[in-house]
Design a binder for this molecule. Structure first.
Ligand code: IMP
Ligand code: MG
Length: 178
């Protein structure tokens, strides 16, 4: 068990299991996107570790770029994500693979899709390290995921709790009772 800020977490998925799944996903994407020269778009901050590990396992010609979603937390009630920052590459007529750390309600991903679709890519697919299908509120299709998990709060492997925990090599879940 570990403590981050005021909360206790226990291990859910080991680094070994995570990297095995990511490796398999890298191989699958390398086959599906062979000769397509896809562009991978990592969503910061949470996806940096997943994106790095996945990209090492992509064996075809591919580009990678990282985006930040700017959300206005003062209007948190709307859950609105206003815009994407950092997309310097054109994605017009390109095959895009979005890399996310986690799809929870899907609100963030729906907004990202709206923004990217306006830029006329040839195709867009979603690849996420973690997927909480029971928490999903939006009609989005998660094309690739490494792990489906229960709708509980997790940290590690890029995911944080109030800024900490991203450097944990394993994924941990919030301990409900002590
Ligand atoms: P969504 O819009 O509800 O799908 O959530 C998107 C974002 O919320 C993710 O990209 C994460 O940054 C964050 N998030 C959702 N669930 C968790 C979690 O269990 N741990 C840490 N961050 C999370
Ligand atoms: Mg995120």
């Amino acid at each position: 068990m570990i403590q981050v800020h005021d909360k206790h977490f226990e291990i859910l998925i080991s680094q070994y299991e995570i990297e095995q799944k990511i490796k398999a996903l890298g191989q699958e994407l390398s086959q599906k996107y062979a000769s397509k020269n896809p562009i991978f778009l990592g969503i910061l901050n949470g996806s940096f570790m997943f994106a790095a590990e996945l990209f090492k396992n992509v064996t075809i010609e591919a580009e990678i770029c990282f985006l930040r979603v700017q959300s206005y937390t003062e209007t948190a009630s709307t859950g609105q994500v206003k815009q994407l920052l950092g997309l310097t590459e054109s994605i017009e007529n390109k095959d895009v693979v979005i890399l996310e750390d986690i799809v929870d309600t899907g609100i963030t991903m729906e907004q990202i899709l709206m923004n990217l679709n306006a830029k006329n890519p040839r195709s867009i697919a979603i690849a996420t390290l973690l997927f909480k299908p029971k928490a999903l509120q939006k009609p989005i299709t998660v094309d690739y995921f490494c792990f489906e998990i229960e709708p509980k709060f997790v940290i590690g492997y890029g995911l944080d709790y109030n800024g900490l925990g991203r450097n944990l090599a394993d994924i941990y879940v919030l301990k409900e009772s002590l």
